[in-house]
Ligand binder design. Structure first.
Ligand code: ZN
Ligand code: ZN
Length: 746
């Protein structure tokens, strides 16, 4: 967004014109004086639109003037290069000229080099070399051929042209040499760019700008700053282009100090004032995290465009100044889609998915701008986070209705949204409709299967991916191992883990080790899990110990739990979960002294536990419940229904799982509090009241679901003949006819 709009031009045509005589001046003596002073030719320069030029063309055809190479060339150049610019027409004219002169060739090569099809420059250049031995490229040909090679990032062609330049007799020309610096820099060959730069006998500002921009955009932005200082000590006066590139470098390094220095340098030397440069400064302050500087600069700017406004908007969102962000957004002279996106994706990435969707719905209603891919991807991701299936479906319909091009990115987002909202069939439908699936599309589908406990399908999907010759990446393997872990496919998991580096060349990272530890631990292979941790090439992060601790909880393994929680608390002393798991394990074994000790330590550290919260979407509105919640407007009927449900379940063999009370300290500390007030139970009961029998009850919980709630959900699905989808922090539970998709392996 903001950076994209900052021109990183090293070869803007107007700049070079000021350094070099315009091509017209060298052609004056090329041809017959009579023609160059011919009234018709002179008229060309006075045309103000292409219709007038076309009239002149007609006139020239009638009088025979068009058969004169010089006059015809003037017309071609006028079409190709003048502000009127009609390159296709220029090309048609060009093809009619039997013997174009060098000036005409150059005009066309130059025009194409900054067109949308720069490769045409190269094709015409080749034609020039092979079709007419009398016309030789000159020093005005090469810079634009090199520019075209840079545009298409064709190193081979560029190097050939470089070779030709060396052999040419016109000696070191700074214009040509500058274009070579730019060329190598655009092809990411900064070593060669620097060599070319170093070989320029007399460097001008453009030479410096080319090399500084090259380094500024590379992964060595500090070199750009060094070069800037060198330029300064050589006594050259930097211009706006230099400063923009230096700012890009500061932004890349997130170096606020240098950024501020550059800002003051610009002001002291009177280089500032341009909109682009100010926008670059705004971008630097935003990305380097100084909202204050950004706001001050914005207030001082006399000229602002949509980029300036959007950049400050991004700065507000990034600094979590949401009220200011919203006010700024409303003050914007024009709210284009980039501005909406800044808000939507800003909220979404800061974990405020609900707020992101509020803005998205506002956009939908206002019709002020058309959602683009960024909007749709961010909003789909927000839907996935909160389980907003209705909004997610609306987006899918929107995509179909507006024939939005289904990029792999969008397909991935749709699959992710449907899987996380519990509609795996829809996810599959989207997946099947995508013809050219990239690695992310495949990985998203594998993740969907994993989440829903369909490990075998996940593995099958991976096999199809192999048949399709799509190479898996780290994400694919995380999802695959997760699928194995969720479904207890230990043997397959071990095998995949072994193969990932050997066969697929994907280095296992911390996430993969965490999946393996989780998988082995759940299956009870504690020794193997600990051995694996010992062999890890990197330091085990909290996630590794958390996985091991989770397995200990499942199996009640005290000794390993003590080890894992000790390590985990060394890394994350604030980790509430580690204390909870450990205290649960001790409590289950009746070691009350240890339980008391842990409770005391938690109090000493001042830990607050994360509160369990479940939500359910009914008619597009989210209803949230916490344990024992009585704030809901329909609270009374919810509790009435809850009692009825438990009466009916008891008749069907339900027995409260009291041991779960201890396991559920995640939700409450006090044992007295009744099990059936857990937030997910309240949400499910609310769903029973408000949803039709045909609608599945979809509940989202922020923590892991407890055993008793799991059991109750199974029973409700049978006794009330309802489908329940419960998404907890880790996975989906799909309850139907008394069974859960996880087959009680979770
Ligand atoms: Zn529960
Ligand atoms: Zn389950």
């Amino acid at each position: 967004m903001a950076t994209g709009s900052i021109p990183i031009t090293t070869l803007p045509p107007h700049q070079h014109i000021s350094h070099h005589p315009p091509p017209t001046s060298i052609t004056i003596n090329n041809n017959d004086r009579y023609f160059s002073n011919h009234p018709t030719t002179l008229l060309i320069n006075q045309c103000s639109n292409s219709n007038q030029l076309k009239q002149i063309h007609a006139q020239m055809l009638r009088t025979g003037l068009f058969s004169d190479p010089f006059s015809a060339s003037s017309l071609v150049s006028a079409f190709a290069l003048s502000p009127l610019h009609d390159i296709d027409y220029a090309r048609k004219l060009f093809d009619q000229i039997p013997k174009p002169n060098v000036y005409t060739w150059n005009a066309l090569i130059r025009a194409y080099s900054s067109s949308e099809v720069p490769v045409q420059s190269l094709i015409i250049f080749k034609q020039m070399l092979y079709t007419d031995s009398e016309v030789l490229p000159n020093k005005f040909t090469y810079p634009f051929v090199i520019k075209a090679a840079a545009e298409v990032s064709d190193t081979r062609v560029g190097e050939c042209v470089h070779g030709m330049v060396v052999k040419m007799s016109f000696g070191p020309d700074v214009f040509v040499l500058n274009s070579l610096v730019h060329f190598y820099a655009s092809c990411w060959r900064l070593d060669l760019a620097y060599k070319a730069f170093d070989n320029i006998p007399e460097r001008d500002v453009v030479s410096w700008n080319s090399i500084i921009t090259g380094f500024g955009n590379s992964d060595q932005p500090n070199e750009a700053l060094k070069l800037f200082n060198e330029m300064y000590s050589e006594g050259l006066r930097p211009d706006k282009v230099t400063m923009t590139s230096v700012l890009t470098a500061c932004t890349k390094m997130l170096d606020l100090k240098s950024g501020r220095y550059v800002h003051s340098y610009i002001e002291r030397n009177g280089i500032g004032g341009s909109l682009n440069l100010n926008n670059a400064l705004l971008d630097m302050y935003t990305k380097c995290g100084s909202l204050d500087d950004a706001r001050k600069l914005f207030d001082k700017m006399c000229e602002k465009d949509i980029v300036s406004w959007t950049t400050l908007l991004v700065a507000y969102v990034k600094s979590e100044e949401y009220v200011m962000a919203k006010r700024h957004f409303e003050m914007m002279p024009k709210q284009d889609i980039a501005a909406w996106n800044a808000l939507i994706s800003g909220y979404e990435q800061n974990g405020m998915a609900k707020e992101a969707l509020v803005i998205f719905n506002e956009l939908r209603r206002s019709n002020k701008a058309e959602p683009d891919e960024v909007t749709l991807v961010s909003s789909l991701s927000a839907c996935a986070q909160v389980g907003a299936l209705d909004t997610g479906k609306w987006i899918h319909v929107y995509i179909k209705k507006h024939k939005v091009k289904l990029s792999c990115h969008l397909v991935t987002s749709l699959i992710d949204m449907y899987s996380k909202c519990g509609d795996l069939d829809k996810a599959l439908e989207v997946f099947d409709s995508c013809l050219n699936k990239d690695v992310f599309v495949w990985s998203a589908m594998i993740a969907g299967f994993a989440m829903h406990g369909r490990g075998v399908d996940a593995i099958e999907c991976f096999e199809k991916m192999n048949e399709d010759n799509v190479n898996p990446n780290g994400v694919t393997f995380t999802n695959l191992l997760c699928a194995c872990s969720h479904t207890g496919l230990v043997e397959t998991g071990r095998d995949l883990f072994k193969k990932m580096e050997l066969v697929y060349g994907v280095l296992p990272g911390v996430k993969h080790y965490a999946c393996m530890v989780d998988m082995l631990g759940r299956a009870g292979f504690f020794d193997e899990a600990i051995e694996l941790i010992k062999t890890m090439p990197m330091a085990p992060l909290g996630s590794i110990w958390r996985a091991l601790l989770g397995a200990c909880k499942l199996h009640g393994n005290v000794s390993v739990a003590e080890l894992a929680s000790a390590r985990l608390l060394e890394l994350e002393p604030w980790n509430h979960g580690a204390y909870v798991v450990l205290s649960n394990i001790y409590a289950n074994l009746g070691k009350w002294d240890k339980v008391a000790m842990i409770r005391k330590r938690m109090k000493d550290v001042g830990l607050k536990k994360e509160r369990g919260c479940s939500s359910i979407e009914v008619d597009g509105v989210f209803h949230e419940f916490i344990v024992g919640d009585n704030t809901h407007t329909q609270s009374k009927s919810i509790y009435r229904k809850l009692n009825e449900v438990f009466e009916r379940l008891k008749l069907n063999g339900y027995e409260p799982n009291w041991s779960q009370v201890l396991q559920c300290v995640e939700e409450k500390d006090m044992q007295e509090q009744a099990l059936h007030l857990h937030s997910e139970k309240l949400a499910i009961v609310f769903g029973l009241i408000r949803l039709n029998k045909s609608q599945p009850i979809r509940v989202m919980k922020n923590l892991r679901v407890c055993g008793d709630c799991h059991n109750v959900a199974k029973l409700i699905s049978k006794v009330y003949d309802r489908e329940i989808l419960l998404r907890d922090r880790y996975r989906f539970h799909h309850f139907k006819a008394g069974d859960c998709s996880c087959k009680d392996y979770w």
